[in-house]
Design a protein around this ligand. Structure first.
Ligand code: ZN
Length: 50
């Protein structure tokens, strides 16, 4: 399971429980599970729900 790039990710995310987040530091979009999501790219906790 790779989540790299592409519009397919949007459809994929809707099928899986989790919240979509965007990192305020680097702009990385990722799906976080839990109360303290962390950016997988830069390890920042400064993220917002999207
Ligand atoms: Zn980041």
């Amino acid at each position: 399971m790779c989540t790299v790039g592409g519009p397919v990710d949007i459809e994929f995310n809707e099928r899986v429980k989790g919240t979509n987040y965007r990192c305020k530091e680097c702009g990385e979009k990722f799906k976080g599970i839990g109360k303290r999501p962390m950016c997988p790219s830069c390890q920042s906790e400064d993220v917002e729900e999207v």
